[in-house]
Ligand binder design. Structure first.
Ligand code: SF4
Length: 255
């Protein structure tokens, strides 16, 4: 499918070159495009400053102590693409479109994905999966999908909205895997996470060709070794491809 780059406007927080710090593609160099604004409020959120709209988009590189560039929001897709191409270096794996939550700006997210596709740059799309209908429009343009599944105990939304959120996330994973997108189903695990929650998740993922990543939260609420074994075992009763991968970018000291 071909689609010309369309010039939408949207709110970005950052564009930078770094290494993927989560999931099975950990260690791959990427250009990250971080949208600002998120509709959820996860208890463990490590990027609260990106949950709201921001005044500027900063272009950063791992070596730079100060931003290489700063642009007033909203920015255009054309501007973002110029910055992405400027940061793309030999050995870069893909462009990570992340947030905040990119699906909160669906037309802009689509234009970024199609812009990357038009330049031949593989797209890694990271989402909380709250809208399967918005996500579906992006599927033809993405190569990798990382869908962050929110467990009830994450308190990402009011309790009466959680089932709908969860079903949308599963539907995103279903749509991506059926379209041949390499799909990562990630969930953050806390010390309070229960085996029952993981089993419920595995039930709904049954038959879907996604790698399940259990990501221990960083910081004080980090689960201990016994909890890791317990949750991995609970998941492995249901599926073979379960891995525990912590956030590596924090260990590497990169963005
Ligand atoms: S979805 Fe991501 S950015 Fe939004 S509140 Fe949760 S952890 Fe934070």
């Amino acid at each position: 499918m071909t689609r010309r780059r369309t010039d939408e406007v949207g709110v970005l927080a950052e564009i930078f070159s770094s290494f993927q710090g989560e999931g099975p593609l950990v260690g791959n160099r990427q250009v990250f495009v971080r949208t600002a604004g998120c509709n959820l409020s996860c208890s463990y959120c490590d990027s609260p400053k990106f949950r709201c709209e921001v005044e500027f988009c900063e272009v950063l590189s791992p070596q730079a102590s100060a931003p290489l560039q700063r642009a007033d929001n909203p920015v255009t897709t054309s501007w973002a693409m110029e910055e992405i191409l400027g940061l793309w270096a030999r050995g870069t794996h893909s462009v990570s479109i992340t947030g905040g939550e990119p699906l909160c700006q669906p037309d802009f997210a689509l234009s970024l994905a199609t812009g990357c596709a038009a330049e031949g740059l593989p797209v890694y799309f990271e989402t909380n999966g709250y809208s399967a209908s918005r996500f579906r429009r992006l599927i033809p343009w993405i190569d990798f999908a990382a869908v962050d599944i929110k467990l009830q105990s994450h308190r990402s939304c009011p309790p009466d909205r959680w089932s709908r959120l969860f079903e949308n996330e599963i539907s995103c994973i279903d749509g991506a895997t059926r379209s041949g997108v390499a799909t990562i189903a990630k969930t953050v695990i806390l010390d309070a996470t229960t085996s029952e929650e993981i089993e419920q998740l595995c039930d709904r993922l049954e038959g879907l060709d996604a790698t399940l990543v259990l990501q221990p939260v960083s910081g004080d609420k980090r689960p201990g070794p016994e909890k890791l074994i317990q949750l991995h075992q609970a998941a492995s009763e249901h599926r073979g491809d379960v891995v525990i991968i912590p956030q590596a970018h924090k260990m590497m000291g990169v963005l």
